[in-house]
Design a protein around this ligand. Structure first.
Ligand code: AMP
Length: 518
C-alpha cells in the first residue's frame, strides 16, 4: 500500500500530514499526487469525501514551495463553485502549508474588496476563489493571471450546474498556456468532457468512486407517507420528521435536514425549534457571516440540526454527521448521493432517512436507478388524518408556508412582488453568484407571510455599476452551459419548462384535489 512518504511530497507537507493524523493516502491522493508532482495535468473524477482537496493542495504546496509571488500576480489559482467550498479549500491549505511560508488569499463574495485587494497587492502564492469574484477583481485591474503556474478547478460538475462554465473558460484563457491544470469533477457530463479536452493537455485520468456510489457505511431508509391534500402534506412531513428524530433518540448526535426549497428550509427549522429541537437554517439567502456562524456552530457541536438547501450544504466537510434526513426527495437523483454523503464519512457509520409522498414516485425511481439499488422501506406507522388542525406550536410556521406554490419561473407572469420574495420560494440556485436582478424571472405569486429572504451580499463594485452587474450571474446565457442533462438549476429555467412547469399554484391543484380524494 502506498504511504505518504512514498509520494515525494515536501518534508514540510509530510510533517503537516503527520500532525493531521493521516496514515495512508486515499486512492485519489495516491493516484493524483505523483503525476501532479511531475508537472502533469490531472483529471480527477472524485466526489467530496474522498480526500480530493488534499489531493491537489498537497502537491501544489510542494511545487510552489520554491519561489515567491510578485505583487498582484498569484502563482496558483483554485476555483471552487461556492464560498463555503472555497473556504474549505483555504482551510485545507492552512493545514498542509502550516510549516511553509506560502501565502494565500481567499476571494469570495461577502468579503470586502479592499481587504482582498490589499492581500493580492502584497503578492500571494495561492489564490482561492469563486469564479464571479475572481473575474470582478480581474476586471477592476487588480489582478494579473499571467504568472499562474498551477490552476485547479474543483467540483467542475457543480460549476456546470451553476452556470459557471463560460466563466471558467474565460479564466482558463486568461492564464498562461503553459500552466499545469488539476481538474476535479464528480461526473463527466459532455460539457465537462469538452472543457477538459480543450484546456487540459494529456491529463492523467484518475477515477476513484463512481458518482452513483453510495457508501456502505450509510444505512439508508425510505419512509413513504400516504397521499394527502397538498396543503396538508408539508405539515404531515414535519410531524413525521420529528417522529423520526424522536425514534432515533440518542443515536442522532447531529443531523442535516435537506429541503428542496429555501422557503422550506426556513419553515422546517422554525418548526423544529418550536418543538424544542436545536435547529438552524442555512441557504443562499442568508448573509455570509450568518452562514459561516451557523456552520461553525454545527461543526463544533453547538447546533444539533442544520436544515439546509443543496447548494448551501454542498461538499461541506463535517466529519461527524450521524444522520441525514431528506425532508424532500431531491429533484435531481445525483443530489441524493451528495446529500447522504454528508454522513458516514471517513469510514464512520451514518444513517440516511428520506421522507416521500406519492407524488415523488418518479424521482424515487430515478434515484434507485442511479444508485442501482432499492432503498429499504422503513415503518411509517399510523398517520394523522390528512387535514389535521395544526397544533398551536406548529401553527405559526404553518402559516408561513402553505400558500400559493411557486409556478414555473420561466413564465413571465407579471407580479408586483419584490424579487427577493420570489427567490425564497424557488429551488436554490447559485450560492455564490451575486444574485441576478437582471435575469431574475418575474416574481411568482407568493405568500404574504413568507419569511423575508435576504439577498446574497452583493459585491460593491468600485467602478461603474454596470460593470459589476455583468458578473451578477454567470456571464453568458446560462442555457449554453448545460451539459445536455437538462438539469437546469440557476440557468434560465426556460428550456426545461413546458406549460405551467413543475410547480402548480395551489389554487389550481386544489380544485382537483378537493374532488379527488379528500
Ligand atoms: P475532501 O474529499 O477533500 O472533502 O476530504 C474529506 C475528508 O477526508 C476531510 O475531512 C479530510 O481532512 C480527510 N482526509 C483527507 N485525506 C485523508 C487521509 N489521507 N486520511 C484520512 N483522512 C483524510
Amino acid at each position: 500500500m502506498t504511504k505518504f512518504s512514498d509520494l515525494k511530497l515536501h518534508a514540510k507537507v509530510l510533517k503537516a500530514i503527520d500532525d493531521a493524523g493521516y496514515t495512508t493516502p486515499t486512492p485519489i491522493q495516491a493516484g493524483a499526487i505523483p503525476p501532479a508532482l511531475e508537472g502533469r495535468d490531472v483529471l480527477g473524477i472524485a466526489q467530496t469525501g474522498t480526500g480530493k482537496t488534499a489531493a491537489f493542495t498537497m502537491p501544489m504546496i510542494t511545487l510552489l514551495n520554491r519561489g515567491r509571488a510578485r505583487a498582484r500576480m498569484p502563482r496558483s489559482l483554485v476555483l471552487a463553485p461556492t464560498r463555503e467550498l472555497a473556504a474549505q479549500v483555504a482551510e485545507n491549505f492552512d493545514t498542509y502549508a502550516k510549516y511553509t511560508k506560502l501565502t494565500k488569499a481567499l476571494l469570495i463574495g461577502g468579503v470586502s474588496f479592499k481587504e482582498q485587494d490589499a492581500k493580492i497587492d502584497r503578492g500571494v502564492d495561492v489564490l482561492i476563489a469563486t469564479p464571479g469574484r475572481l473575474l470582478d477583481h480581474f476586471e477592476r485591474g487588480k489582478l494579473i493571471l499571467s504568472d499562474v503556474k498551477v490552476m485547479v478547478v474543483d467540483e467542475a460538475d457543480r460549476m456546470l450546474d451553476m452556470g459557471f462554465i463560460p466563466d471558467i473558460e474565460r479564466i482558463f484563457q486568461m492564464t498562461p498556456f503553459t500552466r499545469q491544470t488539476l481538474f476535479f469533477s464528480a461526473t463527466m457530463a459532455p460539457e465537462i468532457e469538452r472543457i477538459t479536452n480543450t484546456f487540459l493537455s494529456n491529463p492523467e485520468r484518475i477515477e476513484v468512486a463512481r458518482q452513483a456510489t453510495t457508501s456502505d457505511t450509510i444505512t439508508q431508509q425510505l419512509f413513504e407517507l400516504p397521499g394527502t391534500r397538498r396543503d396538508a402534506q408539508a405539515k404531515q412531513k414535519r410531524d413525521f420528521l420529528r417522529k423520526l428524530i424522536d425514534q432515533e433518540g440518542e443515536k442522532v448526535t447531529n443531523g442535516i435536514i435537506f429541503c428542496n426549497r429555501k422557503v422550506d428550509v426556513d419553515v422546517v427549522a422554525k418548526s423544529l425549534k418550536k418543538y424544542g429541537h436545536d435547529a438552524e437554517p442555512i441557504h443562499g439567502d442568508l448573509d455570509q457571516s450568518h452562514r459561516t456562524r451557523t456552520l461553525e456552530g454545527f461543526r463544533n457541536g453547538e447546533i444539533r440540526f442544520l436544515v439546509a438547501s443543496d447548494v448551501a450544504a454542498r461538499g461541506l466537510d463535517v466529519p461527524n454527521v450521524s444522520h441525514v434526513f431528506n425532508f424532500d426527495v431531491p429533484s435531481h437523483a445525483e443530489d441524493y448521493v451528495h446529500r447522504i454523503g454528508r454522513t458516514g464519512r471517513a469510514g464512520r457509520l451514518g444513517a440516511a432517512m428520506m421522507i416521500s409522498t406519492p407524488k415523488d414516485d418518479k424521482l424515487l425511481a430515478a434515484i434507485e436507478s442511479l444508485i442501482k439499488s432499492t432503498i429499504p422501506r422503513g415503518e411509517v406507522g399510523e398517520q394523522q388524518a390528512p387535514v389535521s388542525k395544526a397544533s398551536e406550536a406548529d401553527a405559526a410556521a404553518e402559516n408561513k408556508e402553505e400558500r400559493p406554490k411557486s409556478r414555473s419561473r420561466s413564465r413571465s407572469r407579471s407580479s408586483s412582488k419584490p424579487k427577493d420574495e420570489a427567490k425564497a420560494d424557488a429551488p436554490e440556485t447559485v450560492a455564490e453568484s451575486k444574485s441576478a436582478p437582471k435575469q431574475e424571472p418575474k416574481a411568482e405569486p407568493k405568500a404574504k407571510s413568507e419569511p423575508k429572504a435576504k439577498p446574497e451580499p452583493r459585491a460593491k463594485p468600485e467602478p461603474k455599476a454596470s460593470e459589476a452587474a455583468s458578473h451578477d450571474q454567470p456571464r453568458e446565457n446560462q442555457s449554453r452551459s448545460r451539459g445536455g442533462k437538462g438539469r437546469g438549476r440557476n440557468e434560465d429555467r426556460g428550456p426545461k419548462v413546458v406549460g405551467l412547469g413543475d410547480h402548480l399554484p395551489t389554487f389550481i391543484e386544489k380544485s382537483f384535489a378537493d374532488r379527488r380524494t379528500d
